[in-house]
Design a protein around this ligand. Sequence first.
Ligand SMILES: [Zn+2]
Length: 431
Amino acid sequence: MSGIRQSFTLLVLGGALCLAGCRGEAPLNVVLITLDTTRADRLGCYGNQSIETPSIDRLAAEGTLYERAYTPVPITLPAHVSILTGTYPVYHGVHENSGFYVTDELTTLAEILSERGYDTAAFVGAFPLDSQTGLDQGFDLYDDNYPSSLEEGKHPTLRGFFDERPAAEVVRPALEWLDLQAGEPFFLWTHFFDPHQPQIPPSPFRERYAHDLYDGEIASVDDAIGRLLARLEELALLERTLVVLSADHGEGLGDHGEQTHALLLYSSTVRVPLLVRDPRDLTARRIKTPVATVDILPTILDRLGIEVPAVVQGELLPEREGEGGRRRAIPSETLYGALLHGWSPLGAPDLRRLDADPRSEPQALPPQRRSRRAPRPRRRGARTARSDARAAHPPSARAGAGRRRGRGGIGVARKAGPPRRPRLPREQRPG
Ligand SMILES: [Zn+2]
């Protein structure tokens, strides 16, 4: 081969390789970590001086931290549906943990990536995200193998809302799955339920955080995340993996009279952590532009070079301060009080107002108008999930259930009588 011809061949070959390589070489893997019931202000990287979260802090030190990230709904299932579809509840139609189903008409992140050749796996920590909800769409493996708290011999799918497994038991099978990922790319989602009530962190976190078991649960989750990141490094995968960490909602912890979440809309429950570690740029950044968890899906797709579906309502997370839509409104809702207690539905048209004083600023909660979009029809599995959930809760735990007949429907404000001063129930179902 002559020198000129050899050079030409190398040029053509180089050009062919560039078509694949210049777009990022091998596609990035994706690891999505969702923390249940985790307030941003309880993490070390968000300013909590009394907790050790070195693994989460590492993601912040090597990626972008969003200081003002919000969930569109402070309830586990609908919040996760928003994350995995990039849409608000008014679109995806899932407003509560029970009685709603993720229909086949919705397209999840797992489905999009699976269609593009990704191996997909989810490891969830608790019943609200059980495969019965339909959230398993697109996952080759959907591991919801947490122990049932109910007696043996009953309906085989009967599970209780408190059924969960600790972070260590979520990450253990996830690591085993990672070990088998010889052929990339992959999409791995891990969900950690631990900070949710009841807060019983494992040792040594139970002892170390005896003064604050909520922080202890978060610290135990951080430990599991550390194992996940370590395994990714051992397998030389972290350098080819986009890691996104967020939460479905926060926790009241007594702020505004709310101990848990789901009932009210304050920053204690709607502000969440959001971190993005892109291996192609490990510069630490902190961005104050308000963002929402519906932005996670389009951002992941954009980073992978995949076109964002037109139905997606989220926007691309800004990569620099000043980018993005500062004028953009970020709405939030909760129909928990309406569905469970006959209250008016609560909606916040724009959560950005919460930023001035996240702990004390009152939130105006105008009632929602009638929803233009009726809840989507549920499949048989949804009825099973709902009936199971109701069976798992004795009537005394379902405060307000007897007033269900009085409500007009989803998205309909109460009409009769003067406004009543809301009273928090003694017990709230976990959400
Ligand atoms: Zn949750």
